[in-house]
Design a binder for this molecule. Structure first.
Ligand code: FAD
Length: 305
């Protein structure tokens, strides 16, 4: 039995665990894959105070820091259920059937980017195909990029990138953009942005090492066309890893765990942090800060029991 049990071992979970262990309370992490999305990241240039690092290197440092403390790390464990017990404690059920109980829980199961699922996308991930303009935008300075998706994230990304890159082409599947009017107005005012509507992306074109173009089908004519460019930012949604919590906790319409400024969820004693929550910006440094925040809130809860 734990005082603080963390589900999800990305940057949010690691930070939460260290903050809890430093209070001397019994702390555990159950996670499918320690390191989370950071394991899939190549260059990281916005982890403040570290000029440049790589995902696996940052994960190794996280792991080392966690190991400095008395934290029970249960790696390769996937949670499938959460339940409040009669005595006020919370039970987490793992896929392997094991049940863990804790006085408080911190959920930090993260999220994953929705993919286009077209040939070349996986092959050229980190070699021209990107998902995060805050992370990878500066790598495309002076180059031509596409943004896929005309919702708020896509249009925000296109506006953001237009200030850095040479030319942005935004592709939208529908016959109109879905972003807020104020964003669309801003987008259309920019000289180096082109919008292609009614377009189904069909292939990422590359030379074996990097991207040189994008193929799409004009849905009005069924004609397949190709645009030459160096980068493709896919902005068709971020999916929180919260399916297993449906019906248990309050989730937003996007499936994010609804949290307040201290990381409280709708279930007493259960907190959440990082990309799986309603917190608006999804970044490593933010996830870590929120992990620390939720952990301090969990401790606050424990001392009041
Ligand atoms: P995650 O990192 O997603 O970790 C979630 C953890 O929960 C994982 O360990 C997962 O295995 C586990 N998990 C999920 N479901 C369950 C379950 N049911 N039971 C148990 N465990 C579970 N951010 C930056 O700041 N800078 C960058 O340069 C940058 N580049 C990026 C590049 C790529 C390719 C990607 C994908 C993301 C990038 N990001 C970057 C975003 C950043 O990685 C995330 O914001 C951050 O990792 C979120 O941390 P988290 O702890 O909330 O979630």
């Amino acid at each position: 039995e734990f005082d603080v049990l963390i589900v999800g071992g990305g940057p949010a979970g690691a930070a939460a665990a260290i903050y809890a262990a430093r209070k001397g309370v019994k702390t555990g992490i159950a996670t499918e894959r320690f390191g989370g999305q950071v394991l899939d990241t190549l260059g990281i240039e916005n982890f403040i105070s570290v000029k440049e690092t790589e995902g696996p290197k940052l994960v190794a440092a996280l792991e080392q820091h966690v190991k400095e403390y008395d934290i029970d790390v249960m790696n390769l464990q996937r949670a499938k259920g959460l339940q409040k017990l009669a005595d006020g404690k919370v039970e987490v059920e793992l896929e392997n059937g094991a049940k863990l109980t804790s006085k408080t829980i911190i959920l930090s199961t993260g999220a994953r980017w929705r993919e286009m699922n077209v040939p070349g996308e996986a092959e050229y991930r980190n070699k021209g195909v990107a998902y995060c303009p805050h992370c990878d935008g500066p790598l495309y300075k002076g180059k031509r990029v596409a943004v896929i998706g005309g919702g708020n994230s896509g249009v925000e990304a296109a506006i953001d990138l237009a200030g850095i890159v040479k030319e942005v082409t935004l592709f939208e599947f529908d016959t109109k953009l879905k972003a807020d009017a104020v964003l669309q107005k801003k987008l259309y005012s920019l000289p180096n942005v082109k919008v292609i509507l009614n377009a189904l992306t069909t292939e990422v074109n590359g030379d074996g090492t990097k991207v040189y173009g994008l193929s799409y089908k004009d849905r009005a004519t069924d004609e397949v066309k190709q645009v030459e460019l160096e980068g493709i930012f896919v902005q068709i949604g971020l999916l929180p890893n919260t399916d297993w919590l449906k019906g248990t906790l309050e989730l937003s319409k996007h499936g994010e765990i609804v949290v307040d400024h201290k990381g409280h969820t709708s279930m007493e004693g259960v907190f959440a942090a990082g990309d799986c929550t309603t917190a608006p910006y999804k970044q490593i440094i933010i996830a870590m800060g929120e992990g620390a925040n939720a952990s301090l809130a969990a401790f606050d809860h424990l001392i009041r029991q």
